[in-house]
Design a protein around this ligand. Sequence first.
Ligand code: ZN
Length: 220
Amino acid sequence: MAETHSKNRTMRSVVFDGQPFEVYVRDIPKAKVVRRTDAVVQVTSAAICGSDLHNYHGVFGSDQVPYSIGHEAMGIVKEVGADVASVKIGDRVIIPDFPDDVGLDLEPTINPAIALYGEGHQFGDLGGCQAEFVRVPLADKSLIVLGKEFDGIKDEDLVLLSDIFPTAWAGVTWSGFEAGDTIAIFGAGPLLLEPFRSTSRRANRRRRFWPGNQVASSAP
Ligand SMILES: [Zn+2]
């Protein structure tokens, strides 16, 4: 196992401790390689997903608190387990919100059907991505390594690839609408605002959107 980052035993992370509408930044045990197939990523950017509101509202996530939240991030690989082959220390990577689910069948302690970063004990205890470091299981399949061609692209233009953008893209694709259709997007939070960008790339025509939200608002 190779390691380059500092020997600090704690890191800062956003945590939910069971009180709805409250989150805190706290010192927690630092992410580390547990299995030979793990990598540890130093987070350079993390996104806030609409799903984080479920934790914030106290309606989803582990009942064992506190737990570290967040499931969308990118960063630099700082540590790799002995059996990690395709990911190297120093690689710039996207951390997709779900680790490789096929590979997780090989991890007896993690139920692949529900494994997700930032949801706590019952969800694989993977830790949250709104933290300084993240342990990534089965790193060869659970990380997207960004090649040199991405060097000139800022984190803020890439980090949404971890969840929000592909989820929104899938929603736009599955909806089946065509150029010229008028669409309504209900719940225009961080996830569903992404169709604005997605659709603008799918069609070179001017679009008008009337996003629906929890709070009534006039269009547009
Ligand atoms: Zn998300």
